[in-house]
Structures are given as C-alpha cells and as structure tokens.
Design a protein around this ligand. Structure first.
Ligand code: ADP
Ligand code: ZN
Length: 607
C-alpha cells in the first residue's frame, strides 16, 4: 500500500486496521521507532505487539523485516496483512525455489511493506547481501526470548542476530517478547546488543481472563459441567499431563457430543498438523493436549483453557492460560487440582537426573503454584505478585473475588493433626492419620498400637473430608512435607514449631461444596433489550455462517475475515449502508470494500 507523507500512525490504525485508538504504549513505541530508535518491548500475549512494528514499517521508507522462529505462523500473519491491503510476504523453507525467487525479486524492487523471514534464512550471506542492496525500514525480532539459553524455546540461530547492529547500525531494531522475567530480559539485551534500546515493559495482567480453580472431585464431570453450561460452541484447550490421558479425554468428550481433537508429541506430524489447522479454521473445536500444544498457536478467540492436571509452575500456568482471550474478550482459565498431582510432580522431579540446585528451584516453583491454588485471596494478586508486579485492589474477576472463600479458625485442628503425624512416627498418609484422629480400630492401628497414643480419638469433631482438607492445606502452607522416596508419608517441617507451641494462629479455607448448576446461557448482547435477544441471536448465527463461508472460499481462518467483536458490533449497530459500517471495530477501508456489501445484504435480509 503506497503511503503518502501525510499519513499518521493513527490514520493508518483507523483506515487500514479499523481500530479506533491505540492500546497502552503502542503509540509511544511506534513514534520511537519511526524516529529511528531501538526498542525492547515486553508485553503479554494479546497485548498488541505486532502493530508496534507493522505501523512504523508502513510509515518509514523501505521494507520492514520481521524475524520470527515460527514458520507455521508466518503464513497466517501474511494472510492477515494481505486482507488489510498491506504488501506482505514471507521467506522460509516451506517455499520452493521459484516461489522464493519471486518474493526476493519483489523485495529488491521495493514492492514489499513487510517481509517475514526465519532467522537461519536471514543470516545467510546471500540474504545479508540482498539487505545491503535494498532499503530497510526496520528489523523486528519477534519472540526475542528465543535467545535465552535457559528458556524452553531456545533457538541457537537467534544468537547470530547480534550481527545486525554491527552490519546495519542505522536501521532501527525492535525486539518483542511475552516472557516476563527480568533474567530473560537481561539476556535479550546482552545477546542482541540492545543496551541502548529503550525498554517498554507493560503490565502482564490479563484482565479479561477469569481464573477459576477447584479441587478435583470427579474431574470429568466437573469439566463436562463447565463445558456444557458455560462454553457451549466455544473454542478452547484442555490440558492433560500424559498422552494417554489426552487420548482418553478426547475420545470421551467426543462421545459427549463435542468436537474434541487430541494433540501430543506421540501423534504423527500429519495428524498434529491436521488437528491444529482444524482448530484454527473451524469454530467450536476443543483441543485436548499435552503442553506440546502451545507456542505457535496464534488464535485470538480461544475462549477457555482448562487444566485437568496441575502444571509444573505458576509461570507455566500463566503462559498456558495466556493462550485464552488474546482478542481481549472475556475468557476463562479453569483448573481442577489435587494433592496427588503435587505429589506426582515432586516424585518426577526427585527421580529426574537434574542437580540439587535445579531441583530446589523447581520445588519452590511448585510450592508457589500450590499456594496460588489454595489462596483465599484474589488469585490475580497472587499471580502478579509472583511475576513481580503489584495489583493494588482485588481484581473482581477471579473465583475468590466473585465468591469469597469462607475461612475457619483452625489452630486447634492444626495442632492435633501435626501432633498426630509426630506421634505416629512421621510415616503415614492422610487416610491412616484420620483413622487415628477419629479413634477408629483396625488391623494396622492395632499392629502399631496407635490406639494407645495420646492423639488417638482426639479429632471426632471434624468429618473425614474436613480432616482431608486440613492435611492438604498444611502441606500447601509448608507445615508438612510429603516423603517422596518412601511411601508418601507426611513429615513435619521446621515451620511447625510455632504452631505446635500455640504461637501461631491458623486459618483454613472452607472447601466449596458442589457447584451450583447453571442454566445454559444464550449469547448475550449488552445493548439490546430482552425482547430483541432472540432476534440478535439469529442474526449473530447468520453472520457467523457468512463469515465461515467467506473463510472457506478464501482458505483463511474465520477470525481473519472478522473477529467476534466485529460481528457483535454489527449485530448491535445493524448498519444499513457502507457509510454506517465504517468505524465498526476491525473494519478498515479494504475490508469495508471487500466484505461490507455481503454483510449488509445478510443484515438487511434478517432485520
Ligand atoms: P500479541 O502479539 O502481543 O500477542 P497481537 O499483536 O496479536 O498481540 O494483537 C492481539 C489482538 O489485539 C489482535 O487481535 C489485534 O488485532 C488486537 N489489537 C492490537 N492493537 C489493537 C488496537 N489498538 N485496538 C484494537 N485491537 C487491537
Ligand atoms: Zn481476583
């Protein structure tokens, strides 16, 4: 798209992308780059990183080069830009020689606004030579945390990108990542030579994600209720720990009438690719996956991420749930967990080959996650504080905010439980300990003569479930350790002392009883009256159908045509002319011309 000198970032945002205003720091970053400076941008997933380099690339002279490690995503990104009328292409190993040559020629001829390349391609002598001969607007280094050797996404070729400032000192660079921690940030700065770059660090809060965590109690049933009553027809991801569980859960969900597809490293690559692309292309697909499914899934309308098993750390949980709601619309992060999950993780860790230092760090991370699960406070506050941010007020959009947890004074119960662990020799698990506390007789208790100790029968005031909950919370709070090498018996930690001496007060949370059944909800449209809801729903379905048809014809995912938010606004506004359509979220000039008439016709027929 030829850009005239008079265009401003805001006018491009509005006419080309169809958005009203910038988010957060986008505008400052864009101005900073247009003036020829370097930047390091840390923004959460869904924060709107891409515009930060796309708009400067359109305004500055020459082509913007985007370095991305995810070959699978380049095609989607380029498709999306083309639909907006932007001249974009990509170069990677998926192109054959002739196709690559064509792209290179367009690049040299100055016919591209944006060119996406894989780092290994960029670093070839041949390509560096091309860059010398061509006008370059900027370099954008996406997923910049890939330079970090300690991260999970390490890509050795990223280290080679340090030559860019040496070879092309005048071309501005912007590095972007959604990884929050300061260690990774320092590594990016030093490995990519970004010491002079201004750093833009956004809040990592994802306010549209509602966090909900429950104890496991018939997990399949819990999942089914969540999906049936709240997420019908929505796209989402269900994470499980093992491949087998992924397969079983996907099969079972299919039997329950969902379109559920498995995804894990044990499937053939064709099958994985097929399931991934159906997830992108079709609506209402549930992907059941191990964590092998994740990076590289750039789908903005994932409405939920459900965990049937505990992830291994709070960072991992943040990253995995962050795949929900990139479009900024409400999304849910839902999890069920049990102490058995924690014990399993600990066991795997202890059995691993890692050194003691590493194990210690991992243990602490797991503890932090358990603390998040067990908290009676705002979950978002706990999460953000772990990520090094402070949220002043409770968020109002997590389960503990919405249904505050009741707590009970448990100092006495804690002392009884801990003494019972001590008196029985610190080698038994919850079930046995509860039998002793409740004063039961059985063969094992008789054998160990535990009906003769002082804690036998001192706990009749609480039910078995309550005692279970007490032991679980004592573990979560670090008063008890689980003996991993032995048979999983509980042991006291030094933290217990003040409790046993009666110097520390303990509050336990009441475990919520059963979930209330919810009525199936119709899609809600905030701006229409109750009378009009039916009409709105019909129109909504019609527009979705039209979007699917167009997407199929053009072989792109539906969300590239229009996002849900755009369709929703169309339902609310019901424009009857193209002029009225202008200004609706996500409808820029190009899409107005291309799709406007079809959507107007559909609206006219319905209304
Ligand atoms: P990230 O790369 O940071 O995960 P994206 O660049 O993919 O985020 O943007 C996330 C979503 O937000 C996309 O659907 C994008 O179109 C939308 N978006 C970005 N900037 C704006 C804006 N200024 N106004 C409205 N929506 C925006
Ligand atoms: Zn909250």
């Amino acid at each position: 798209m030829p850009i005239k000198p008079s265009v401003t970032p805001l006018s491009i945002l509005q006419t080309c992308f169809g958005y009203n205003g910038f988010l957060d720091e986008q505008e400052t970053i864009i101005d900073h780059l247009i003036s020829g400076n370097d930047a390091l941008v840390l923004m959460p997933t869904g924060g709107g990183k891409s515009l930060c380099y796309q708009i400067p690339a359109l305004i500055r002279k020459g082509t913007g080069i985007v370095i991305s490690p995810l070959i699978a995503l380049m095609q989607d990104q380029v498709d999306a830009l083309k639909l907006l009328g932007i001249r974009a292409s990509f170069l990677n190993s998926s192109l054959d020689g002739a196709e690559a040559r064509r792209v290179e020629n367009a690049f040299i001829a100055g016919e591209l606004d944006l060119l996406y390349v894989a780092p290994e391609r960029l670093l070839t002598d041949r390509f560096l030579e091309l860059i010398f001969r061509t006008e370059i607007a900027l370099f954008a280094i996406d997923e910049a945390h890939c330079v970090s050797q300690w991260g999970h996404d390490f890509r050795p070729e990223y280290i080679g990108l340090s030559i860019l400032p040496q070879r092309f000192p005048r071309i501005p660079r912007i590095a972007l990542t959604a990884t929050a921690d300061s260690v990774t940030r320092r590594e990016i700065v030093s490995k990519l030579g970004l010491h002079e770059a201004r750093q833009f660090v956004s809040s990592f809060d994802r306010p549209n994600i509602r966090y909900r965590v429950r104890l496991k109690d018939k997990p399949r049933q819990q999942l089914l209720e969540f999906l049936r009553f709240e997420q019908d027809d929505n796209s989402g991801i269900v994470y499980c720990q093992t491949r087998k569980k992924v397969d079983d859960t996907a099969r079972w969900l299919s039997e329950q009438g969902f379109t559920a597809l498995p995804y894990h490293a044990g499937l053939t690559s064709e099958m994985r690719l097929e399931h991934q692309s159906r997830f992108l292309q079709e609506e209402g697909i549930v992907i059941v996956a191990t964590i092998a499914f994740g990076m590289g899934i750039d789908k903005p309308d994932v409405r939920f991420v459900a965990h049937l098993d505990l992830p291994k750390s709070l960072e991992a949980y943040y990253q995995e749930t962050g795949r929900a709601g990139r479009d900024g619309n409400p999304a849910v992060a839902w999890m069920v967990y049990s102490i058995a999950d924690v014990i399993l993780h600990r066991k795997m860790l202890e059995l691993s080959e890692a050194d003691e230092k590493f194990k210690q760090i991992e243990r602490r991370k797991l503890d932090a996650l358990l603390g998040f699960c067990e908290t009676t406070e705002c979950r978002r506050q706990v999460m953000l504080s772990y990520l090094g941010e402070k949220l002043e007020e409770p968020c109002g959009n997590c389960d503990t905010c919405l249904e505050p947890v009741e707590s009970w004074e448990g100092t006495e119960a804690a002392r009884k439980a801990l003494s019972c662990v001590y008196r029985t020799g610190q080698r038994f698990g919850a079930k046995y300990l509860i039998d002793v506390l409740k004063g039961r007789q059985n063969e094992r208790i008789a054998r160990f003569q535990h009906d003769e100790i002082s804690t036998w029968g001192i706990g009749t005031e609480l039910s078995d479930d309550m005692w279970q909950s007490v032991f679980r919370q004592l573990i979560a709070a670090g008063y008890l350790n689980v003996d991993i090498e032995g048979f999983g018996g509980f042991r006291l930690t030094p933290e217990c002392k003040p409790v046993l001496k009666g110097e520390r007060q303990i509050l336990f949370r009441h475990d919520p009883i059963k979930v209330k059944k919810k009525k199936k909800q119709k899609p809600r449209f905030p701006d229409v009256s109750d009378m009009e809801v039916d009409e709105a729903s019909t129109l909504w379905l019609k527009l979705k159908q039209l979007r699917s048809e167009l997407a199929r014809d053009q072989e792109v995912p539906p969300f590239l045509i229009f996002q849900d938010k755009t369709l929703r606004q169309l339902v609310q506004v019901r424009p009857s002319t193209l002029e009225e359509m202008r200004g609706i979220f996500g409808i820029g000039e190009k899409k107005l011309q291309r799709y406007g008439p079809r959507f107007l016709e559909a609206i006219r027929k319905e209304v």
